[in-house]
Design a protein around this ligand. Structure first.
Ligand SMILES: Cc1cc2nc3c(=O)[nH]c(=O)nc-3n(C[C@H](O)[C@H](O)[C@H](O)COP(=O)(O)O)c2cc1C
Length: 341
């Protein structure tokens, strides 16, 4: 199950000697963490982000229904593949059936993650309206039961990622956070929006600050951190122990090294694209690896000079050699990025 992908570079923040926070007894060295993102936070991208400074790993969310029986879904299993260098490694699961959540979490321990996380934030209709993801927020009793069972039965810390509530009228984040803590959760990640908001409006960092005040376990603040300056802002605003970064890391994983896009040279960008693509090819094989890299490539090249010329050829080319030739066209004389050819 585990990947053998090599990772020649040292991982996250070797200078950080003091843990930023602990998940149960597990120290986490660093305060920036790549968000779980379905379709993005796979093993290759997580390794890239860990090398740049993301302090722990979360898998994409995995539906427990796809992990049943003797032959679980192959794609679900790939989402749970990890490299030991990613530790602390968190498996994020979701589901609506309490027994199934608990039984699956128990079995997943065999794969030796460090932490099991319950997704209580997904707003997708089919998931939320069945009572999974953010649908859990409508049933605090269920959250209490599931966390109490998980924390009693698992020998790993159990954590959860929430939104602020179902909608504006039911913003029950403080109640939910306290219930989680009282039922044995070891950390709460809070995306500062309700389910009904999806991605509309601004993330409410005041609410994240309220969660931080309401519990003693570590709180990760999440939502709309787009720049290095935002990292300091959300920390000052909320007092959160760590900052979870999602969309802004796509195309700019350097945010975990506290570098904004403009601070990354074209040469660094091209070198990292090559490395990320290499990891993708190792993990998914040549054909799928290249196809799945396209969405990342589109974001890596965003805003670069010549993007409009290279975008279509880059995102439609069918061989790794052609891809490599195209990105090699970016050069940077005297610190000034230009496109040649
Ligand atoms: C493409 C995409 C996929 C996501 N998948 C997940 C997921 O699997 N599990 C989860 O807890 N949140 C998921 N999220 C939500 C993010 O983890 C994060 O909470 C949200 O994007 C807000 O943070 P941001 O403003 O830094 O992007 C996803 C978000 C995006 C954009």
């Amino acid at each position: 199950m585990m990947s053998e992908t090599p990772h020649p570079q040292p991982l996250a923040q070797p200078w950080a000697r003091v843990a930023s926070f602990c998940v149960g007894a597990l120290p986490v060295y660093g305060d920036l963490i790549l968000s779980p993102m379905d379709g993005y936070s796979d093993l290759p991208f997580r390794l890239i982000c860990r090398e740049l400074g993301s302090a722990m790993s979360y898998t994409e969310f995995v539906n427990v229904d796809n992990l049943q029986g003797r032959h679980p879904n192959r794609i679900a299993l790939m989402k749970l593949a990890y490299d030991p260098a990613e530790r602390p490694m968190t498996f994020q699961i979701y589901g609506h059936d309490e027994d199934r959540l608990v039984e699956t979490a128990l079995r997943l321990q065999e794969l030796q993650p460090d932490i099991i996380d319950l997704n209580m934030g997904c707003y997708v209709k089919d998931i939320a309206e069945r009572g999974a993801g953010s649908g859990m927020l409508r049933c605090p009793d269920k959250i209490e039961r599931v966390f109490a069972r998980l924390s009693r039965l698992l020998s790993l810390p159990v954590t959860g990622k929430i939104r602020l509530g179902w909608d504006d009228r039911t913003r029950n984040y403080k109640t939910v956070a306290r219930i989680m803590e009282d039922s044995g959760a070891s950390l709460i990640a809070v995306h500062g929006r309700t389910k009904a908001q999806a991605y509309k409006g601004d993330a409410d960092w005041d609410a994240i600050a309220e969660v931080k005040q309401a519990v003693k376990i570590p709180v990760l603040g999440n939502g709309d951190v787009r720049s290095v300056a935002d990292i300091a802002r959300i920390k000052a605003h909320t007092g959160c122990d760590g900052v979870m970064i999602g969309r802004a890391a796509i195309g700019n994983p350097w945010i975990f090294a506290r570098k904004d896009r403009e601070q990354v040279t074209v040469a660094e960008r091209v070198a990292l694209m090559r490395r990320h693509l290499g990891l993708n090819l190792d993990f998914y094989g040549p054909a799928l690896g290249l196809i799945l890299f396209r969405k990342h490539a589109a974001r890596y090249i965003r805003g670069l000079p010549g993007e409009e010329v290279l975008r279509v050829p880059l995102l439609t080319c069918e061989t790794v050699e052609a891809f490599d030739r195209l990105i090699g066209a970016w050069q940077e004389p005297a610190g000034q990025a230009i496109l040649v050819n």
